[in-house]
Design a protein around this ligand. Sequence first.
Ligand code: GAL
Ligand code: MG
Length: 974
Amino acid sequence: MTTDPLLALRPWEAPEVTSWERLPMNAVDRRAGALPLDGDWRFQLLPAPQAPPGAAWSTAYVPGAWTMQDTDDLPAYTNVTMPFPDFPPRAPAANPTGVYEREVEVPADWAGRRIVLQVGAAESVLLVHVDGRPAGVSKDSHLAAEFDLTGRVRPGSPATVRLTVVKWSDASHIEDQDQWWHGGITRSVLLYATDPLHLADVSVRAGRDGRLRVDCRVRDAGGALPEGWYVTGDLDGLAIAQDTDFDRANAEDERVSDFLGEARLAATVPGVRTWSAETPDLYALTVRLHRADGTVADLSRHRVGFRDVEVAGRDLLVNGERVFVRGVNRHDFHPLTGRTVSYDDLRADLVLLKRFGFNAVRTSHYPADPALYDLTDELGLYVVDEADVESHDHAHEIADDPRYLNAFVDRVSRMVLRDKNHPSVLIWSLGNESDYGANHDAAAGWVRRHDPTRPLQYEGAARLGWADPDVASDIACPMYAPLEDCVAHARSGRQTKPLIQCEYSHAMGNSNGTLAEHWAAIEATPGLQGGFIWEFADHGILQRVSDGRPAGRAGAGRHDRGVAAPGYRWAYGGDFGEAVHDGAFIADGVVFPDRTPKPVMYEHREIAAPLRIESRRHEGIVLGNHQHFRDLSWLAGEWRLELADGTVLTAPAELPDLRPGATAAVPLPFEVPRSGGEAWLTLRVTVAEDQPWAPRGTEVCLPQVRLRGPAPAAAALRTAERVEVDAEGLLVHPLLTAAPVLSLWRAPTDNDELGGMAGRWRGWGLDAPVRTVVSVREEAGRVTVVAAYTAAAGVVRHRQVLTPVEGGVRIEEEAELPDVFDDVARVGTVFETTAGLDVLDWFGQGPWESYPDRSAGAPVGHHRVAVDALFTPYLRPQESGGRYGVRRFTLSGRDAPGLTVALDEPRQVSVTRHRAEDLTAAAHHDALVPRPTCVIHLDAAHRGLGTASCGPDTSAGYLVGAGVHRWGWTLGVV
Ligand code: GAL
Ligand code: MG
């Protein structure tokens, strides 16, 4: 048996033990002057916490999960299911335990000072020993733990610091988030020193009226506080004195303790510049703690944003304005380092979000790396700060289990204590998917008392009844609620809280259908204020295919524009040999693992556009400022007029001086030519002056209006040529390697699979109907082919009429779907070209991928993209690369004759290197071999994408049903 008291206590199976010898959480910034302890540590991985360490050490890099480094304990993915069967609060006997050790040279000039060790994050139980003696215990995997080492280390001498990290514990049961399981020290470690007389905490409150209040808590490591200490402040050069009306330091007040000093700084800033996500104005505050003789004992720096947040009725108000919340859920995730994210990575993530119109982040489902909040303050993003509590698999038992009461309150309160001074934090969240119980109300009670300045939310409480006055939620924050239900709730007359979905529009694979419908409803319905898309990034881990191990830091650069390099792939659940896992459900972000934006990002950017245009019958072109706080002076615009015939006119746009919410008619700088067909006016909006998140010239949005519809198409002239078909009635054409046939199948998207549609389609036999020719008739050079497509559940009759016309073949098609096929993926044509065609030019929506229910962000125009770049490499191969609203296109190659297609109406088109069955069969991209040909789909109708992998399917208007479908197109050669 072990004699180490920390091990003997078995803290990994004691939920009541949240820490031992850990210092209270606080918001004092200690980074300046600290001794960083990041880098290589001696390391060994034990099979269980009580297994004795051996003599053989390897090394592990700190910060970093050992599961992403060279150990045999690999990442594992489960969504809800715990990765071990033991019931809370038990941990499994096989319990990987990492021992990190190093010598620390404690600076000699720290003699007489208070010395503190800070461990940024350790997963899931941290045991600290110094020179072999126990020094502390901590849980709460996503918050720092501090330990006072004064007296345990000697300045000028080396000390051996050992950090033992136990992977599975009682705490794992409340850290059961939908993500990879890891183990290790995932944030930085440092040592710092202060004077014995020190700032124990600093709380800043700053309102939009310019009033500033800074509360300081002061302690002395020696015990009782010395006489005569005081605090001063400095706000952007403005000296702030201690508030003498609040004198807990020196007053003859019975409540004044000898051990805890409390003092307040107060000031009012005249003409204050307020903080909001649009105007993230910050002031620099320095707080100084003085000894009686005026010398400075301690100091803390903060950045202050003056702003108000409140819930008034069913509105969430920032500085009195009902702001829309255009949010996303974000995990601390990196494809090479797992849970560890650098400052630069964090900054790049948030810059990307700003550039695509997001103004809010929910830190799903635990407090993020502390640098995130500095950046959200600075760049302007509202934050829902979420505590590290998710007991998904055992939610009901744990929510009321008194053994976990302390852990709930501990985690929520520590988050609040750490992050309270950030203006970007608008709302506290008690956690995620943990049912609702007394433990939540206890945590809510603590927050309400400690920080009455912010609302708090918890989906588990809010979900039970959106109109109930729950203790634990000021916001109605359901997840994946159908849009109709949200609108009905807002119109019911019973709504008592703002409705802001904590998760909606699940971005798994090719998804996010009907995002524009959501926003049209949100903007039009009082009581609806937005939501947080699930989620920011795909959690694909870069994996070496050869040995199945995470590539780790050595994988840097082994990916390009969302695609893993040859020899690598993006791993998802099951790829590390896990017996129990949830597959590709981990890949559900609006960006790829390497942060390459998916097409939905452009959809979002347009929906969130700060500037919009409309074409009104009597006023002409009207511009609207759709921001809450800013005018348009930070934006520049350029008009672009595009006609179907290829004419393009551009001119700089004068943006009017518009207050938020205001509109104005503006003159057009050019005459629209009388001829040229369909005409589209686009305002290309860019950043006019550098923003913290975008240099001048960065594209912000591309709002567009149609000025003129298509001219009636002239009937194509018939020629005396013949159309050639083979015995099966299949078109013979020099540029085609596979003739146009009917297609009723798309490689199922994740939504199709998890929503059950793909299973139904397979059951009906739509993945492989058998084509038989019924008749082929030729009349005056025009050929009519009738074919039957026989599937398990029914037969689809398909007719093609092929007519030789000037420049090619005109193909009129008709498909008749029996009633049983009341919801199919698509009805259209598929064919394949010869090799050597590699560039697509089209007139229609683009340039990025679009689908019928995700097409608000792809403007109509003349677009040109390489065929290989048309395809979107969603992690699990599936239908992708489509373009909505295509009128005509040309496919060309350097050495080959080109092919043109003109469509009777704007249609869904895709041109890729993959057949639908190739995509259906592959689980990863490394299993997908591009064909040299082009596979072309022209759809009479294409089903919307919806979000059914987790949430509502597409809306009824985007379904493709039974009955007769007709479409026509002309195939030519150029
Ligand atoms: C929610 C959950 C998230 C994630 C998402 C599905 O239920 O809060 O953590 O699992 O669904 O991707
Ligand atoms: Mg969950």
